[in-house]
Design a protein around this ligand. Structure first.
Ligand SMILES: Cc1ncc(COP(=O)(O)O)c(C=O)c1O
Length: 387
């Protein structure tokens, strides 16, 4: 019996599985493990969102299939939020699509816009979902480096040298996982002009757009002509501590959104309407103190970890956004060895950069999703190590 497709077999080995196994063994042995691996908020969803969801779940009008391109009221709320936050006008009928978080549509996109044999560009290092989804669609994955010397923004002109004729899609991700870098409006303008000249779809993953510490990050949809080529992926997951709820949306190019609608109508029956109402309540409450408090909490944690790790002698960049810290491995260690040693000698789980692509080598990622006291403790343990 064939139980695994060639498509699945062709996926690269899951690099985090080994770390996961060691982490579980350490926890089972009763060791005081500090989990800085996965980026999943540790504090609850704000109460005003929970209350809105409770009322929505109790309303029988939400109990049926959520067809019709998503809840119309949610789409209008999303459009109003984009107008207020970015000054971007979007048509809720054609340029917005509610989704089950952002991963769902990020991963379905290649099936919607690419043919087998087409190529898709993905950032290296980058969120692994982009490459696996292109591969699932029968596409060729072409990685482009994002490196510290350019602030982790790609050199799009350097891509000229490669064969771009087959490229139909480029993924961007700012604020960036895993490097925590942010993009500038000038970069988005350049990326849109580059993609328009080559008729390439730009998929900008904005899952962390609202987890920022200084200036609010820009949207690619603010760039002139962006809607000709770009779609941007948003999520309630990180902004409102709603990772388990599965609410997000795609905004931008109407033709790409239409293809996603058609694809999704063959794959799912929409986002539970009660969750869409909860998403609308979250966006309507975007300026509430509870939401500002989440950002303030991550800012304090960022300051705490960056200062403590720097004092421990590590080279750390101070993130302007996301809840990740990207740390250079000390003493020329490779990222797997450094992550292994952190777990074996300090009971700290961190993610090796190589898991995000070859250009992630030499770095590890730590997530700010544990309380400050644990971050301090982690840094104190690291300070005692010799590399
Ligand atoms: C860069 C990036 N994009 C998208 C996602 C998916 O998040 P969600 O599907 O919860 O919106 C994640 C989750 O960690 C992420 O790191």
């Amino acid at each position: 019996m064939q139980t695994k497709s060639d498509r699945l077999k062709a996926l690269p080995p899951y690099l985090f599985a080994e770390i996961d196994r060691k982490k579980k063994a350490a926890v089972a042995a009763g060791r005081p493990v500090i989990h800085l691996g996965i980026g999943d908020p540790d504090t609850p969803t704000p109460d005003f969102i929970i209350k809105a969801a409770q009322a929505a779940v109790a309303d029988p009008a939400t109990h049926q299939y959520a067809l019709d391109r998503g809840d119309a009221a949610f789409r209008k709320t999303i459009a109003a939020w984009h107008r207020k936050r970015f000054g971007v006008a979007l048509d809720p009928e054609t340029e917005i699509l509610p989704a089950q978080g952002s991963k769902e549509t990020l991963s379905h996109l290649p099936l919607a816009v690419m043919n087998p044999g087409d190529a898709g560009l993905v950032p290296d290092p980058g969120y692994p979902v982009y490459a696996s989804s292109i591969a699932f669609a029968g596409g060729e994955v072409v990685r482009f480096p994002i490196t510290a010397d350019r602030g982790y923004l790609p050199d799009l002109r350097a891509l000229k040298a490669k064969d771009l004729r087959k490229v139909k899609l480029i993924y961007l991700n700012y604020p960036n996982n895993p490097t925590a870098a942010s993009a500038t409006p000038a970069f988005y303008e350049e990326a849109v002009a580059w993609a328009r000249a080559r008729r390439i779809v730009v998929a900008q993953d904005a899952a962390y757009s609202e987890v920022y510490f200084e200036e609010p990050p820009p949207s690619i949809l603010q760039a002139p002509g962006a809607k000709d080529v770009a779609v941007e992926f948003y999520s309630c997951s990180k902004t409102f501590n709603m990772t388990g709820w599965r609410v997000g949306w795609v905004a931008g190019n109407a033709a790409v959104i239409e293809s996603l609608v058609q694809l999704k109508s063959n794959m799912d029956n929409g986002v539970f309407t009660a969750m869409q109402r909860a998403g609308a309540a979250a966006l309507e409450g975007y300026d509430r103190p509870e939401v500002h408090a989440l950002r303030a909490m991550y800012r304090r944690r960022r300051d705490c970890l960056v200062e403590a790790l720097t004092a421990a002698g590590l080279e750390v960049n101070r993130p302007q956004a996301t809840f990740y810290v990207w740390i250079r491995c000390p003493g020329g260690l490779d990222s797997r060895t450094f992550a292994d040693r952190l777990l074996a000698e300090a009971d700290i789980v961190a993610t090796p950069g190589i898991g995000y692509g070859p250009h992630g080598e030499g770095y590890i990622r730590m997530a700010l999703t544990v309380p400050e006291a644990k971050l301090q403790e982690a840094a104190a343990r690291i300070k005692r190590l010799r590399f």
